[in-house]
Design a protein around this ligand. Structure first.
Ligand SMILES: Nc1ncnc2c1ncn2[C@@H]1O[C@H](COP(=O)(O)OP(=O)(O)OP(=O)(O)O)[C@@H](O)[C@H]1O
Ligand SMILES: [Mg+2]
Length: 276
């Protein structure tokens, strides 16, 4: 049974750190767990102590990855280097090892490139996990499904024994919400991104982007008709809206839970997986 209370506590602590740029107390003699998530819309650094308590976290918006592929290697390395250096300054310790993640099914060179980015930034890669398994790790989910609604895609993964065993990816994500908003308000996609994140406009925004959420829910329903598992969790930055999980629940006729600060579930899960 997954208890989101503790998960949400961890997520809130992480989000507070990201916003204040201050670290939480930690034992300088102990070891730290470091995770780097190279996403389509941002690169996130997550650092935990041995008990998986958040110690430090930061991110930069970046468009260096598309559909799980690194499309701007140099910039990706620069950003990871910058995030690691800042973390080292704040924490007063050197970071040498980290875990990272790839979308399920990433093979060969595409798989290697993700590790190479971290290695070029001076980190030894301890583990490369797949993204839904990382999310399942933080959620402590041994059986069920993780629906990850990121920037470019919606990924649905069936979890067994804490690992993703079946996955489908559909190219509808938060970017499509921004495109719909940009069209509605007749503004640039950049401006639409800001409107999308403005909590004061959330009710109206959600009404405008609801067809995109319906499409995501429909894709999920079709996939889950083949794999009728429960419980269901939705994660990823694009699921931030208050009503998001409820729309999914109604569409699927099943309970769908969304942790708080859903964009940090995978990065924290990657850090947890770094030493296991
Ligand atoms: N507060 C918010 N409200 C609404 N949408 C948000 C919010 N914060 C982030 N997003 C959206 O979430 C998406 C990014 O989510 P996330 O950080 O999970 O993706 P990613 O890991 O970078 O991408 P992917 O998983 O597709 O590779 C973007 O489309 C972004 O606009
Ligand atoms: Mg992601």
């Amino acid at each position: 049974m997954v208890d989101l209370k503790d998960v949400n506590k961890t997520l809130k602590a992480f989000n507070d750190i990201v916003n204040t740029k201050k670290h939480n107390p930690f034992d300088k003699k102990g070891s730290l767990k470091v995770g780097v998530d190279l996403g389509t819309s941002s690169i996130v650094l997550a650092i935990l102590d041995e008990e998986n308590n958040p110690v430090y976290g930061s991110f930069e918006f970046a468009e260096v990855v598309r559909d799980g592929l690194v499309v701007n290697y140099i910039e990706a390395v620069q950003i990871v280097t910058r995030l690691v250096q800042e973390a080292e300054e704040v924490l007063g310790v050197e970071l040498t090892e980290a875990a990272t993640a790839v979308p399920p099914g990433t093979l060969g060179n595409d798989y290697k490139v993700v590790s190479n980015v971290l290695e070029s930034a001076g980190l030894t890669v301890t583990t490369v996990v797949d993204e839904p398994s990382a999310a399942a790790c933080l959620l402590n989910l041994d059986k069920g499904a993780v629906i990850d609604v990121g920037g470019g895609t919606t990924g649905i993964s069936i979890i067994e024994n804490f690992k993703a065993v079946e996955t489908m990816d559909e190219p509808t994500g938060g970017t499509h919400m921004s495109l719909v908003l940009a069209g509605y308000h007749k503004v640039s996609v950049k401006e639409a991104e800001l409107i999308k994140r403005d909590r004061e406009q959330e009710k109206t925004t959600f009404m405008i982007i609801k067809p995109v959420v319906d499409k995501m829910a429909d894709i999920t329903k079709q996939f889950l008709s083949e794999y009728p598992v429960e419980p269901l969790f939705v994660v990823g930055g694009a699921s931030y809206f208050d009503e998001f999980a409820a729309v999914f629940s109604k569409y699927l006729g099943k309970d769908v839970k969304r942790p708080d600060y859903p964009q940090f579930v995978t990065p924290i899960g990657i850090a947890i997986a770094s030493k296991q």
